[in-house]
Design a protein around this ligand. Sequence first.
Ligand code: DAH
Length: 339
Amino acid sequence: MKEKLEQIKVSALRSLENIDSLPALEELRLGLMGKKGELTQILKGMGALKPEERPAAGQMVNQARQAIEDMLSTARKRITRKEQDARLAAEALDVTMPGARRAVGHRHPMSIVLGELADMFLGMGYEIAEGPDVETDYYNFEALNIPANHPAKDEQDTFYAEGGLVLRTQTSSVQIRTMERKKPPIKIIAPGTVYRSDQVDATHSPVFHQLEGLVVDHNITMGDLKGALELFASELFGGDIKTRFRPHHFPFTEPSAEMDVSCFSCGGKGCRVCKESGWIELLGCGMVHPRVLEMGGIDPVEYSGFAFGIGLDRIAMQRFGISDMRLLFENDVRFLRQF
Ligand code: DAH
């Protein structure tokens, strides 16, 4: 039995030399000390010994078992260590490598201004509505009570696309789309890009931005219009700003007006910015024309509404002291980096 034990130990030691994974080690362990393991078999065979032989034999087997367990445990440590080293090597990071610096983007001044104005109106309970840039004649003109022979429809002002489509000349087109989609109460703003075939100069661009507003409900009056727009002006320019409404004409509102604000440059005394008038035109507005409500599927006897349209580009120029409108569209990064 002593020889047998010695032989098991030697052969285990030899096998261990070639083992370098934990599953293989476990297999070897089971082969020795598992239910049918070699060592287990010997232990079981002890019952056949004479009683006086047993203590010495038991001691021998235990020693052998202890020796083998020590061998296994040493091997387990060696393998675990090796696997860990391999993993660390595979995951190694060279923290001294120079990083790839990412260019940080900037918000376009137009987006900044649009976001600010939208927040003001959202705070007054307005929702945001949208319509397509490529629009039908119906939504851009006809449903807004703009007749076929209106000068705005002249090819010199409007970009015509194929199939009778136009690039929308005003965000007012979203008014009709909204009324078709939604019954009163309606309280929306529609910011967006508009197009007119203007000559490009410091204050004109064929692509520019408007923010449309539309409110329709029972008993909406000119007083509601003035209240909303005066609040907006004071939020935009500060509480000291004065406003005035001048009669005007738009086909889709009746009555119509333009709202001026006291010059934010000179405070109303008169300067170059306001052309010595003390006032700066800010937006067009009016009570929605009954025919426009009808076109939107809303009964003008039951409901009334007001609408307004604000040019955003000039507000952005004023806000950031930009003297040439072209800068807003050229996307020169040296310009954009400043915001
Ligand atoms: N659509 C007009 C324009 O482009 C601006 C405008 C004026 C919009 C009066 C309105 C309004 O909603 O009521 O010049």
